[in-house]
Design a protein around this ligand. Sequence first.
Ligand code: AMP
Ligand code: ZN
Length: 464
Amino acid sequence: MLQFHNTLTGKKEEFKPIKPGLVGMYHCGPTVYNYPHIGNLRPYVFADILRRGCELAGLKVTQVINITDFGHLTDDADAGEDKMTSALKREGKALTLEAMRELADKYTKYYVENIQQMNIRLPDVMPLASEHIKEDVELIKVLDEKGFIYQTSDGLYFDTSKDPDYGKLSPKMVTAQEAESSKSRIGANPEKKNQRDFAVWKFNNAIGFQSKWGQGFPGWHIECSAMSMRYLGETFDIHTGGIDHIPVHHNNEIAQAESATGKPLAHYWLHVAHVIINSEKMSKSLGNFLTLQNLIDQGIEPLTYRYWLLGAHYSTQMNLTIDSLKAAQTGYKKLLKFFSEITEGNEATKLDENFLNKFKEYIFDDLDTPKAIALLWDMTRDNNIDNATKKAMALEFDKVLGLGLGSIVKTELSEIPQNILNLVSQREIARKNKDWKTSDKIRDEISKLGYQLTDTEQGPVVLK
Ligand code: AMP
Ligand code: ZN
């Protein structure tokens, strides 16, 4: 039985898909105004594990991760400037939609590269917010007709007092926020009827899209409501994001979508805890972030970071230190080495039912990756199962963990050095992503270092 902790009910619940055998999931995507930091990658490693976990349960997944290429303000609510507009200014670019497109494409490319390096499978759909203005406008019109919208001098706002269920994802957080904002009116927008009301369309004379209300941008929240419903239907199975999305972004997505359709937007809401550094959330605004390239420069591989993340449950906050990543790398390499040294066995090797059932039990229990990884280690030490079975099991576990455990087959001729094994792993990821150019480049590099790589049905074989 597949179970998830549902933020909406505050409980761990059995997962029941809307349509038997199928699951639709939407993950709030990155705002592409800068390089992603490694904290930003955690929600997508989680989304990938969620997808693979559902597949292990025999479900066919439709996965959507959007790209927020405008509309996300520097403050999650309505204050501040559009992050993309301020990025254009930061980079000395013209304030035009074309320049914004270029900027978005540049950082989307980095994001996609990063998720590929982390062995995160690309989703089925990656919609751009800028290509769904029509859907946003349609949704705003419906809300307007139903009396949920009012206009101020800077935009169109959703009137939360008209929605009796407003804030249902986190009623306590919403009450606390209100108490806070009534204490301090600094920065409050006097034109809003209620400070928790939020913009569905913001006017902007300098740059923006045309609408019957005036030039501007849809709000970040309406973009996600509109894109998720466009690809998954008015009610879908699972919606996820970082925990920072709970109080504002997700409550607002729910309010708009459900007020318009009269139906629940998603049945299960799952949230990922943060990566912190020196007791503070890693974030671009605090300037305390590391990128994946920063890790690589320090000798820490992207898949080590994936392994490190999987060592904690997704709902646990993780404190990042370079030392903890180095320790994770030692463990991860040991695992790679263990499985790469197993030469016996082939695809037909039997699986061990006990280990497989335990693995499923852990993954189906709200994606308990720390227990799944501990089980993998237990298996390496278990004398009751032979090496060929261990290797076959590692490949099976890896369909969910995605650690590249099966990508290396060592030859009997000599010990293959770790740097070559790393290159082979990287090439396998490139091949999985059908990135043939990178794959050929890595093969040439391996060849220059004196090793010959052959692809076989069991995986790549390396010869000195
Ligand atoms: P953004 O690109 O700012 O829209 O953020 C993309 C994702 O990263 C969102 O789901 C955020 O919740 C998440 N996020 C931001 N900072 C962190 C962090 N330090 N740790 C984990 N997730 C984060
Ligand atoms: Zn969203």
